[in-house]
Design a protein around this ligand. Structure first.
Ligand code: HPA
Length: 270
C-alpha cells in the first residue's frame, strides 16, 4: 500500500502542479457543484493513478480537482469508492490516506443521507455531530500506514472549530443547518422500515452509505474532519413513496446553493 500511495502522490503532484493544497473536500452524490467554482482548476481522474480503479455510480465522477476556493488552495475529491460497489474498506479510505500523504491537515466530507429524525426534511443540511459505523468494516484493518494511530480515539470525530465555522456561516447566510448523528451502512439496498426503526432507537438521525470509514481513517491520520449531510429523502417508511437514486441526486443538486457558502465558510476558517 505504501509504495502504491507514494506513486499516486507523485503522479498527482506532477499532474496538478501549483501550490500544495491545504484542505480536502470530498463531494458525494449529486453534490459536485463546487468544482465549477474553483479558480485555476486542474484535474486527474482516479483511473489515471497507478492501481486505482474507476468508481462507477451515476453521479460520481471519480477525479481529484485542485484549485483555489474561498481564498485557500483546496483539493476536491469528486466521487468516492463505496463498499456497495464491491470495493474493500481499504480502497474506500485510500483517497483519505493520499490526502494525508499530500500534507493536507483538514478534510470536509459531504454526503447524501436519508432523514430518520422527523426534524429533518429533504433539501436541508445536517452537520454530522457524531457517527455510527454499521458497515461491519473498518478501513484501518491490516498494517497501520505511516503516520496512522493504530487505535484511534473516536470520541470526537468532528472538529469543534470547523463545526463552529459551519454554524456561524449558516447563521450569517440564513441557511438552515440542522445537526445530528449519521449512521453509515454498507448498502446498496435502501433500508427496510424495520431497519429504520432500529436505527432510530440506536440514536441515528440520518442514514447513508458512505463517510464513516473515511472519517475513521482521517482521525487515525490526525486530520481535522467535518462531515455535512445533504438530506435528500425521508428514510424508508417515513415518507409516502418509494426511495430512488434519482430522487437522491435531484434533491442533492437542489441543496447545492446552501452547501456551497457553508463549505466556503468552513474552508476559510480551516
Ligand atoms: N438510505 C441510505 N443511504 C442514503 C439514503 C437513504 O435513505 N438517502 C441517501 N443515501
Amino acid at each position: 500500500m505504501t509504495a502504491g500511495l507514494d506513486r499516486a502522490v507523485e503522479q498527482l503532484q506532477e499532474r496538478l502542479g501549483g501550490a500544495p493544497a491545504e484542505i480536502g473536500v470530498v463531494l458525494g452524490s449529486g453534490l459536485g457543484g463546487l468544482v465549477d467554482e474553483l479558480e485555476h482548476p486542474a484535474s486527474i481522474a482516479f483511473g489515471e493513478l497507478p492501481g486505482w480503479p474507476l468508481p462507477g455510480v451515476l453521479g460520481h465522477q471519480g477525479a481529484f480537482v485542485s484549485g483555489r476556493f474561498a481564498g485557500r488552495q483546496v483539493l476536491v475529491q469528486c466521487g468516492r469508492y463505496h463498499l456497495y460497489e464491491g470495493f474493500s474498506a481499504a480502497a474506500v479510505v485510500r483517497p483519505v490516506r493520499l490526502m494525508a500523504r499530500l500534507g493536507l491537515r483538514a478534510i470536509l466530507f459531504t454526503n447524501a443521507a436519508g432523514a430518520i429524525n422527523r426534524r429533518l426534511e429533504p433539501g436541508c443540511l445536517m452537520l454530522v455531530s457524531d457517527q455510527i459505523n454499521l458497515t461491519a468494516r473498518n478501513g484501518l484493518v491490516g498494517p497501520a500506514e505511516m503516520g496512522e494511530v493504530r487505535f484511534p480515539d473516536m470520541s470526537a470525530p468532528g472538529d469543534p472549530g470547523l463545526a463552529e465555522a459551519a454554524r456561524r456561516t449558516a447563521r450569517e447566510h440564513g441557511i438552515r443547518l440542522e445537526e445530528g448523528i449519521y449512521a453509515g451502512v454498507a448498502g446498496p439496498s435502501y433500508e427496510t422500515k424495520a431497519e429504520i426503526r432500529m436505527l432510530e432507537r440506536m440514536g441515528a438521525d440520518a442514514v447513508g452509505m458512505s463517510t464513516v470509514l473515511e472519517v475513521i481513517a482521517a482521525r487515525a491520520l490526525g486530520m481535522r474532519c467535518l462531515a455535512i449531510s445533504t438530506i435528500t429523502n425521508l428514510a424508508a417508511g417515513l415518507g409516502s413513496g418509494r426511495l430512488s437514486h434519482r430522487e437522491v441526486l435531484e434533491t442533492g443538486a437542489r441543496a447545492r446553493g446552501a452547501l456551497l457558502p457553508i463549505l466556503a465558510g468552513v474552508i476559510t476558517a480551516a
